[in-house]
Write a protein that binds this ligand. Sequence first.
Ligand code: ADP
Length: 265
Amino acid sequence: GTTSYIHARVAPLGSRLILVLADDRTREQRVETVRRDFVANVSHELKTPIGALNLLAEAVAEAKDDPEAVVRFSDRMHTESERLTRLVQQIIDLSRLQNDLLSDDATIIKVGELISEACEHSATDSEKKDIEIVTNVESELYIHGDRAQLHAAVSNLVENAVTYSPEGSRVTVSATHEGENIRITVADNGIGIPNDELDRIFERFYRVDPARARATGGTGLGLSIVKHVAASNGGTVEVWSEPGLGSSFTLVMPAYTQELDEEQQ
Ligand code: ADP
């Protein structure tokens, strides 16, 4: 069972009630709990595609006199091994992110390039579903951070937008400079996310609809990677969504400016 170390204190203050959340555990204890849960989840998630591959391998062996069945089963083996590959890659990405919270591979990144590479990453999937990806990026936008990590983050957002949108719809990726920040927004007209689940979707392995996620090959890790990347590069993530209307995710990153560079030198 799970033990909760979190207790709530309700303190009356005038006519208002203030809820104070306190966590008594030491940081080490919390890290250990997270690690244990993660390992348990990883084993569970890996068993699903591996189990499927085992069954399919047996089915192929038994169907050797039925060429059509062999093709069907091997197609499914291919799908499952792709899922396994993506899952392992995302687990590696996530544990790397956890190990070096502060990236030392920071470079100056041109936001326009970051976005076109992320869209390129989903080009095959979006073409398959006849989804048009429209980009709307102000010129001369720069951020400072780990290029590979930020590429993974924006790609995950675009990939999700394509995955959770109907055929023939449109995904918009835009970037603007607002105050001290660059806002990179990926918006879709897809299925949306129920409001009461919005704060959970960034948790590892959390999926709104596990059955659908399995069908689309989702791992439940994409958004936790996005959240970690934002945090370790000095940014945040915002989400807006309305079931049936669509979703929009915004990566808010400090803008990189020349003055900042001179200040640091
Ligand atoms: P997954 O690999 O399942 O897409 P993510 O961590 O990227 O995992 O997302 C977690 C869950 O959040 C998804 O399973 C899906 O239910 C929901 N979700 C993420 N992005 C979108 C989106 N653009 N539209 C609707 N639902 C989304």
